[in-house]
Design a protein around this ligand. Structure first.
Ligand code: GNR
Ligand code: NI
Length: 179
């Protein structure tokens, strides 16, 4: 199975708004399969296509982790119908912002409409961690990252740290080419 490269902060691709999918065909299903494997391998519990450089409104999720059988969820063109007034807080991480975690408060539940792997329209009531992950992933489709909910001070600190790391990484690569 093909694994995809995950794009990291501060790559501006992560700020792009993804476009709606017009057709659920085998090409799209192949991309969803590769995304799911990439997500499991990372490991992560959610992945948006833009994180692998594809600006389409598709998401893979599996919040089951190691407990029992895998329960993959594929969301195509997800739309939030309603968000609850009550809120909950989870420690969030992002595969595009490795090794950084912060507590983020969001609506505790969400009702979501989406198209599934077979191209059928579905609705889903999400609570607890699933509600948070769905909101985190839909944010990715709109170019929003969880660090955007932090204070400007914290966000700028994280972005600066990752910008510096990316610069060092580039220098290392050039050095190896030069040798
Ligand atoms: O693997 C992930 N874990 C996670 C934990 C709390 C809230 C959201 C997430 S999503 C994240 C994977 C990721 O970056 N998806 O975009
Ligand atoms: Ni993420």
């Amino acid at each position: 199975m093909e694994l995809l490269d995950i794009i990291k902060l501060p790559d501006p691709v992560l700020r792009k708004k993804s476009a709606a999918v017009e057709q659920v065909d085998d090409d799209l299903r192949r991309l969803l399969d590769a995304m799911l494997e990439t997500m499991y391998e990372a490991p992560g519990i959610g992945l948006a296509a833009i994180q692998v450089g594809v600006p389409k409104r598709i998401i893979t999720i599996d919040t089951t982790r190691d407990e029992g059988p895998r329960k993959p969820l594929y969301l195509i063109n997800p739309e939030i119908l309603t968000l609850s007034d009550d809120r909950s807080t989870y420690e969030e991480g992002c595969l595009s912002i490795p090794d950084y975690f912060a507590e983020i408060e969001r609506p505790a539940s969400a009702r979501v409409r989406y198209v599934d792997y077979d191209g059928k329209q579905q609705e889903l009531q999400a609570d607890e961690l699933l509600a948070t992950v769905i909101q985190h992933e839909i944010d990715h489709l709109n170019g929003v990252l969880f660090v955007d909910y932090l204070s400007k001070l914290k966000r700028d600190l994280v972005i600066r740290k990752f910008t510096k790391a990316a610069r060092l990484d580039e220098r290392e690569k050039r050095k190896h080419v030069a040798l």
